[in-house]
Design a protein around this ligand. Sequence first.
Ligand SMILES: Nc1ncnc2c1ncn2[C@@H]1O[C@H](COP(=O)(O)OP(=O)(O)OP(=O)(O)O)[C@@H](O)[C@H]1O
Ligand SMILES: [Mg+2]
Length: 465
Amino acid sequence: MMPSSPQTILIVDDNPTNLEVLFDTLTGAGFEVAVASDGESALEQVAYQKPALILLDIMMPGISGFETCRCLKENPDTQGIPVIFTTALSDPENKIRGLALGAVDYITKPFYQEEVLARIRVHFKLCNLTVSLEQQNTILRSEVEQRQKAETALRELNQELEMRIDERTSELSATLYQLQQAQVHLVQTEKMSSLGQLVAGVAHEINNPVNFIIGNLKPASGYIQDLLRLLELYQSDCPNASTEIQEFSEQIDLPFLKTDLLKIFSSMQIGAERICQIVLSLRNFSRLDEAEIKLVDLHEGMNSTLLILQHRLRLKGGYPPIQIIKDYSNLPLIECYPGPMNQVFMNLLSNALDAIEEKDKGRNLEQIKACPGRICIRTEKLQNDSVLVSISDNGVGISEEKLSKVFDPFFTTKPIGKGTGLGLSISHQIVVKKHAGKIECFSAPEGGTEFQIQIPLRQFQVLTN
Ligand SMILES: Nc1ncnc2c1ncn2[C@@H]1O[C@H](COP(=O)(O)OP(=O)(O)OP(=O)(O)O)[C@@H](O)[C@H]1O
Ligand SMILES: [Mg+2]
């Protein structure tokens, strides 16, 4: 860059008088002044030192003022210097030509000192204003830039924050899910072990006394038969018994007593055997001793569970009992955890009974008699080496919006205190997680629900026996 002296004014004129007048006027007003007597020397001077303003005569020997101005404006280094034409020519055409070439103003000769100074001052003021505008513009531009940078940084920060929130949210939901699963597991274990312990305890307590009865029934029946035989012998030996004996014999209706006594013994025998069966089923249901995978007859588990729920099948007051339809097929033994599997049957059957009870609440005796509650249990061996257990009921059914939630932990439609909403979620865990099986629920809008379980015949774990 060539050096520039802001207040230097270059006067270009071939007329020495004009030069002198302008020189005196400008230096008198405190400006620094340089002079040139033709266009060429003016261009040379400008190349050497850039003035702040040029007063340029138009009519000059050599290159004219217009030509000089064009040269100045073509050169990127000098095109910014304001040029004011000075000439005696005052016709508008020349003024327009000069202004079109890039001049900022036009002063006609003869000069009026005050006019020259006033015009020059206006141009310097304009220049200063332009400079300060440009400076402000630069400051503004850098402020805008800074703001844009800040905005970008904010946006990035925001994105990062959102990302972190997303991460955190998914971490939290994962933790919540894990917590719920853990809770389900805990409740299940708790439920299983408390119910199992209770059932096992009751079974054990009943087992001993019922064994006394069964064990003593046979000899007692033998003794009674011996006594009856002895009585017969007495009767044939002494056909003429005393009146007292005859009267008592009639009073107790001896022939009836003899036949009835035997009947009583045989029904006592049947009752005791029944108790034994129930005890066996209770133990079978709890199967606390069997925490390992076993080869199991699923029908046996189902029947034991039904037996435990027996009391809920018989409705009171002339109501028909809930029908249980067993559509069992010929199933092989299945590898599974027997206790938990019975728990699943228990949960599904209880839900079915609840659904039937719920439906019956809104029906009268006639309606219930016409279409009594019914639970259908169907089993089937499937092609893909698994078995299907289907438990369906004709209860209230599940609406479509609730259907997707039934396996969620704590989802219940039952009154507070009645349902925990964990039965199905526990069953889901047992079937899917513990046995690599499948559990599905189907329900029709007009009522009735079916739960289908699929269990693989074999588990991958090693069998313990
Ligand atoms: N067979 C069914 N018919 C109609 N609705 C059912 C049936 N089985 C389940 N449901 C619905 O699914 C919900 C969840 O069942 P789930 O067994 O998980 O919990 P619950 O029975 O309410 O409580 P609990 O923990 O005592 O079993 C029930 O409240 C009920 O609304
Ligand atoms: Mg339930």
